[in-house]
Design a protein around this ligand. Sequence first.
Ligand code: ZN
Length: 167
Amino acid sequence: MRAVERAIRLVVSEHPSLGVKAICDEEGIEVRHDEMGGAYFGLYTNLYGKAVINVRPDLNVQENLEVISHELYHHFSLRLSENPLPHNLIMEKRCASPFLRFYMRKEEHEADLFAAFFLCPDVSDCETYHDIMRKYNRSKQVAKLRMVAEQMIIYGGGENGLSEKKG
Ligand SMILES: [Zn+2]
């Protein structure tokens, strides 16, 4: 969770408007909608320092936003990396669909968590994931993940992992 938290803090401090489109512009990320084969929903590449997010062209507005948010995590994760590659080396990061059930890499889970927090910042007034879906107009997958993450924050602290939320 710490890596996700660092990325969220970076985004909030540098991009207070928090609009996905504006963040991509400010970061110099080109967003494309080219056809991709297979199960790919989104792809983040960074070649010679030129960042590109490609999103499948057949997604609806909500899915498009969720995929870009997921891909943004790879961008900020790269920026926060302690050993960034020099720009004369080709850097490419690939990822499969967000919110698939079986991921190979930890960073893909982190990207989903990032998107869930980024797109549903405050769920303290939500009792069920349906409330989150309605409040932020999000997909079921994003809303469910955000609800589970909220419970982890509330119950995850303390030595026994079940301490009460403070305040
Ligand atoms: Zn990914």
